[in-house]
Structures are given as C-alpha cells and as structure tokens.
Design a protein around this ligand. Structure first.
Ligand SMILES: [Zn+2]
Length: 313
C-alpha cells in the first residue's frame, strides 16, 4: 500500500477493506461485518458474522430479531483477528457501545472513528483519543466555527417557563438516553416520561450499568393533569403533536434546521463539532486523514497548509 492508497473502499452500502471480504458498517447483509455502533445507518440485520462491542450487541438484539448468525463481542482495547487482520475497538463516546474501529495494515495503524463525540456524556463509555498513522473521521459538523453548546446552555429553554409541560423529540437510541440523564442531572425539578419505543432501550442502558436517573413510562393522565413534566418521544411522534397551550415542543438535534417550527430550541448533538474535529486530527498525530459523512470542503481548506494529507474517502 502506498502512503495515499485508500485503506477502505467506500461503497454506497458500506466500507470494505481492500482485497478482503471484511466490511465495516455495511448497510446490506454481508458474510463478515465489523460494526461501530447500533444506529440504523451503521448496523443492519442479516449478516453472517458480526464483530461489535458487547453493548452494541445488546442494543442490536433488542432492535432486530435476528441481526446475525454469529456475533463476536471483543472487549474495548482488546486486539482480535478477523480473517488475518488485527482489529481493536476503542470507545467513541457517541452512544452506548459505540466504538472507533482500529486495525493494522502493513505496519500502520488505521482508525475509522465511526460517529463520535468528545463532549461528556454520562450515559455511555467516554471517547478515547487514538494515535494512528491514518485517520478516517466523520465530518458531520465540519462547518468552520460550528460549536455545540455546553450541557447547561443546551437546556436553557427549560429555565424560563415553569408550570408548563414539554414534549421533546429525540432519536430513540442514544439521544433519548443522553437527554434523560441530562434532565436528571441538570433539571431535577421536572418529571421525565418516556415513550414505549424509547423505554426498551433505556432498559438496555440500565442493564449495561449506565444509570439514567429517574424516569417513568409515559402516563397520559399525569401529563395532562400536572405541570413540570417532560415527555421524550421519537421524532415522528413529535411531528404528530400540533402546537397547543398545554405544552411546549422541541426537537433535540445538532442541526438548527431540524429544530425549526417548534416552540423551544434544544441543541444537543452526539457528533463532533468543528473544534473537536480539529483536536481529534491533531491529537491522532495521523499524517493522512480521510473524511466520511458530510461536507469536508471547509476542513480541507482549513488544513491545506498543515503537515497532513487530507482527502475524502
Ligand atoms: Zn450514529
């Protein structure tokens, strides 16, 4: 492999290690898959053999009836072999079980970050920096200056209006659990209720040893008759709630456009912002960086004079 030959082949339905049948985060059924985390754009059912972390396997077993014929769950930081290639999972801080996928090729260390965040999140294993020769990083929020607010500022909308209720939209897996824990830590005056499509994942998090604080399955009568309740629902369910004097609505997202049309802002992201992307690239000490997911033009321009080779995968 020459210095700039790509360490992964980018297909429309996942990534493949060259000259192998090993796929990373394939979105179609394959014989051998290494899966970074349990979100649907990274993990689908129907594979022959899947390598993932124990907590990702827990979530995938809850999400899919038969997600693979065989599931192998190495510990974080443990080296394991897949068809002659040495791999390692390192925590990515994105959601429960999420991993950066590290492997060795011709004496070089390659790191595929998957989705990752470096902000603190008590609901999952914290991000760990990986030193590597080649970094493959997601660039979901690679817009110059894009900064995710601190937790206290993200939840500012809940400071002003006591004696009302809130309906909050959040992805059922990952975001909803992080929010539940954030509300427990920062807004204990509210009662948190959770939609049934979300509560099944809450239980997996708790079985895995992550305390989400106090929460209840949704109780319609309590929500209607009392104030200071926050009801967390999946995004599609939020859309079914029209504007009403009985509650305020908000969508938890790092994207401003996804929050439009609702009553409150709730900027909470599980991806890296601009500064965390730059820090990750610097701290990795990688000489070669490939970008995936999102528009990386600003990042490439910003690093054009840096001592790093950067291009899209
Ligand atoms: Zn994800």
């Amino acid at each position: 492999m020459s210095d700039y030959s790509k360490p992964l082949i980018a297909h429309t339905n996942g990534y493949q290690l060259p000259q192998t049948e090993i796929w990373i985060d394939p979105t179609h059924p394959v014989h051998t898959a290494v899966v970074s985390h349990a979100h649907g754009d990274h993990a689908v059912p129907g594979h022959g053999k899947v390598y993932c972390t124990k907590n990702t396997a827990r979530l995938l077993r809850t999400r899919y009836r038969n997600f693979a014929d065989m599931v192998i769950t190495p510990e974080f930081h443990e080296w394991f072999e897949v068809d002659g290639v040495s791999f390692q999972f390192i925590p990515a801080g994105h959601m429960l079980g999420s991993a950066q996928i590290v492997w060795k090729h011709e004496g070089r260390i390659i790191n595929y970050t998957g989705d990752y965040k470096r902000q603190s999140d008590a609901s999952c294993e914290p991000y760990v920096t990986v030193k590597c020769d080649v970094l493959i990083t997601e660039t979901t929020f690679a817009q110059q200056g894009k900064t995710h607010p601190a937790d206290e500022d993200s939840l500012k909308a809940f400071d002003a209006a006591l004696n009302t209720n809130y309906i909050v939209g959040a992805y059922a897996l990952g975001k909803a659990q992080r929010l539940t824990r954030l509300f427990a830590d920062l807004k204990p005056e509210f009662k948190v209720m959770v939609h049934p499509k979300i509560s099944k994942y809450h239980r997996v998090y708790e079985e895995a040893g992550f305390d989400l604080g106090e929460w209840l399955p949704y109780q319609k009568q309590v929500f209607k008759k009392t104030a200071n309740n926050i009801y967390i629902v999946p995004p599609l369910v939020l859309q079914s709630y029209a504007s009403d004097i009985g509650y305020l609505r908000g969508m938890a997202s790092g994207w401003d456009r996804l929050q439009e049309g609702y009553d409150i802002k709730l900027p909470v992201s599980d991806h890296s912002d601009w500064h965390d992307l730059l820090n990750t690239i610097t701290e990795s000490e990688a000489k070669v960086v490939y970008t995936i997911h999102g528009d990386s033009n600003e990042l490439m321009q910003h690093l054009s004079n840096a001592a790093v080779h950067i291009e899209e995968l």
